[in-house]
Design a protein around this ligand. Structure first.
Ligand code: HEM
Length: 495
């Protein structure tokens, strides 16, 4: 019994300290729900936090304060507000908050995505941007992507011959994982020995644990008690990753193959222990970055492709237009090459529209303030968590007409882009913490989508009409379809 009283006393103390810190100086926080002592407004967030926060923002405004547990959190829900946080005051909000999963799985927040703002993050970000995700490096994997996409199309052709429905969600996710693994460590996940459950299952468990609402993140004084048993599971998954990455690094270090195209691990090993290297990285940093590159690339791309093809199946007239563009640009005698992608204007509008309505990370990754700041007359305290609701911003009625409608035509004659310059469309974030993998992500999404639509016509199973396709989503680290997309392909090329 004594431990319960100790916890309650600790919580009360933490609450009083927090209350004093945010209230004793009469500074005006942005409006928001009041919440209960200790738990704050956690009860207002349900299965779909991006939708709940959107609903609350309609009541309290585009810059809202909501206390989640003991954590003061600012939710940003309009393009104008996002500009203030991600452009005007970008530097103040370029850090990441502490995160239990990142501590136990991502090497004590040493991955780029979860690292605090500072010299370590700057070094790692520079290395990844210049050495791993540069256009030259991405293009060096073009042949690998062509090979993997070719295998993928062959297997779909087999289903087309047999007239059987394909689980496109699973197929696309495996393709994306294969391409990411080959790029990062040179082999497919299916080829790699892992623990008995297999690589994909462990990656998924890591992602689920990272996305699970963890009381320790919201009420830090009780984090070490691990009341939900999450920390124990995280440490176990973290150990599986660590053993695997150790093996991968050893294999790379021993490899004598000088002629192969260097994968990411080869490149990073080249900087390890080198006196001339401008990047100060250690073995544990390499492991954190491997995890970063895998978890940031696999599900984001496959979720986006899955939503795009779902929208096209649901809107046959739009599908037809994409097919016509492909017929006119590429013809029917060969498949799409990466070099065709820039000329496919309509396909690129379909991808933008998909990213507007179905951003893979609807709340981006939480940012954190490194100092007190005043925005629009509101006090934003140091160490507040900042949630940017990109999902709500993509639906802002002041920025978008008929916002809920899937209409790629809205981009005709408009130069609104997804890369972070235009704050009404930020599926990759914007500013210092914006996604460094945009070029790669867009290349993979466009390439796979183009192939799916160019090579095949798609029909829903059991005579289901396109209008009846279920578009319910599931919230996690990314937001995929709740139900897998099943569809029957018919091959349509003359080759
Ligand atoms: C369609 C594909 C993708 C989407 C929609 C996407 C989206 C995002 C978003 C929303 C963020 C958070 C931005 C913020 O917090 O402000 C992010 C960060 C990040 N992304 Fe991506 N991403 C994609 C592909 C990729 C790829 C292919 C890679 C690398 C292989 C990658 C690596 C990263 C990293 C390392 C970060 C953290 C950056 C930092 O904190 O400094 N992403 N991405």
């Amino acid at each position: 019994m004594a431990w319960i009283w100790t916890i309650l006393a600790l919580l009360l103390l933490a609450y009083i300290l927090l209350w004093k810190r945010t209230n004793n100086n009469n500074k005006r926080l942005p409006p928001g729900p009041r919440g209960f002592p200790i738990f704050g407004s956690l009860h207002l967030l349900g299965e779909f936090p991006h939708r709940d926060l959107h609903r609350l923002a309609k009541q309290y405004g585009p810059i809202m304060h909501i206390r989640l547990g003991l954590i003061p959190t600012i939710v940003v829900s309009s393009p104008k507000a996002a500009e203030l946080f991600l452009k005007t005051h970008d530097l103040v909000f370029a850090s990441r908050p502490p995160h239990e999963a990142a501590k136990h799985i991502s090497y004590n927040q040493k991955s780029m995505a979860f690292a605090e703002y500072g010299s370590y993050w700057r070094d790692v970000r520079k290395m990844c941007t210049l050495e791993l995700l540069s256009n030259v490096k991405i293009n060096s994997f073009r042949a690998m992507r062509k090979e993997e996409v070719g295998l993928f199309i062959d297997s779909l052709r087999k289903s087309a011959r047999d007239r059987v429905a394909v689980d496109l969600s699973v197929k696309v996710s495996s393709l994306s994982a294969d391409m990411s693994c080959r790029m990062v460590f040179g082999k497919k996940f299916a080829d790699s020995e892992f623990d008995e459950r297999g690589f994909k299952a462990v990656i998924q468990e890591g992602m689920q644990l990272s996305a699970a609402p963890n009381l320790g993140d919201y009420i830090p004084p009780i984090a070490s008690l691990d009341l939900q048993g999450l920390t124990k599971k995280m440490k176990k998954v973290g150990k599986v990753f660590d053993d695997f990455f150790e093996k991968i690094i050893d294999e790379h270090a021993q490899s004598k193959d000088e002629d192969k195209n260097k994968d990411f691990v080869d490149v990073m090993l080249g900087f390890l222990g080198s006196e001339e290297s401008e990047y100060r990285i250690e073995r544990s940093n390499i492991k954190a970055i491997i995890l970063d590159m895998l978890s940031a690339s696999i599900d984001t791309a496959s979720t986006t492709i899955d939503w795009a093809i779902s929208e096209l199946i649901k809107n046959p007239n739009i599908m037809k237009k994409v097919q016509e563009e492909l017929e006119n640009t590429v013809g029917m005698k060969r498949t799409v090459e990466e070099t065709d992608l820039e000329s496919l204007d309509y396909l690129n509008m379909v991808v933008k529209e998909t990213l507007r309505l179905h951003p893979a990370g609807p709340l981006l990754i939480p940012h954190a303030s490194t100092e007190d700041c005043t925005i629009n007359g509101f006090h934003i305290p140091k160490k507040a968590h900042i949630i940017i609701n990109a999902w709500a911003i993509g639906r802002d009625p002041d920025a978008w007409t008929d916002a809920e409608k899937f209409s790629p035509e809205r981009f005709v004659g408009s130069n609104i882009d997804v890369r972070g310059r235009d704050l009404q469309l930020i599926p990759f974030g914007s500013g210092r913490r914006g996604c460094p993998g945009i070029q790669l992500g867009l290349t993979v999404v466009r390439l796979v989508l183009a192939q799916l639509v160019h090579c095949f016509d798609w029909e829903l199973p059991n005579g289901m009409s396109p209008a009846d396709l279920d578009m319910t989503e599931e919230f996690g680290l990314t937001v995929p379809r709740a139900k897998h997309l099943l569809a029957i392909p018919t091959y349509r090329l003359h080759k």
